[in-house]
Design a protein around this ligand. Sequence first.
Ligand code: BEZ
Length: 225
Amino acid sequence: MADERQNPIRLGTTAPNFEAETTQGPIKFHDWIGDSWCVFFSHPEDYTPVCTTELGAFAKLQPEFTKRNVKMIGLSANTVDSHDGWIKDINEISQCNLTFPIIGDKERKIAYAYDMIDHQDMSNVDSKGIAFTIRSVFVIDPKKTIRLIMSYPASTGRNAAEVLRVVDSLQTGDKHRITTPINWIPGEDVIVHPGVSNEEAKTLFPDFRIVKPYLRFTPLPADKI
Ligand code: BEZ
């Protein structure tokens, strides 16, 4: 069982540091992230169908994450040897070249630290015989602060483009005093942060428009995104 005294993993907390074996050799997590952003995600099990499609999709999007200074790293409760064999299948099936590391967390130590376990598996580890982790995603910024947490069930593959979209929103929001509306993608209008007065907004966002006093949109010039 996870140590119940452990601090909860929440948005805004520091990502737990750890040492791990990966398909790219041993890492110390915070050192490995360095000055980059990080997308850290788990999958339930190597050599399973949904996971295979997911890892292929993440691998194909890796150049987009790299452009945004984001390092990707996966994890499941399998060995590094198992990951190595499975990566060959992923590359063949998805016609990709998966180069980001995948952590071997057979003992689920890191999975527990990041609460990547579903309720049933917390109490049903041995009888089940399969060390499932759920489909968790953490976006971690260069200060090692957790900025996004997603938990998907084993039965549902994620949307890799959505993870990239959130990175775009977070990075844009860190640069400008804005938030982003539903389904926003880069290039679309953003929302002037509620903490910005109309007077300030006139200077910061000359083309902003007021829909309601609490809802103000503005374009962001492409060079500001
Ligand atoms: C899958 O990747 O297909 C999968 C893995 C574990 C449980 C259910 C589905």
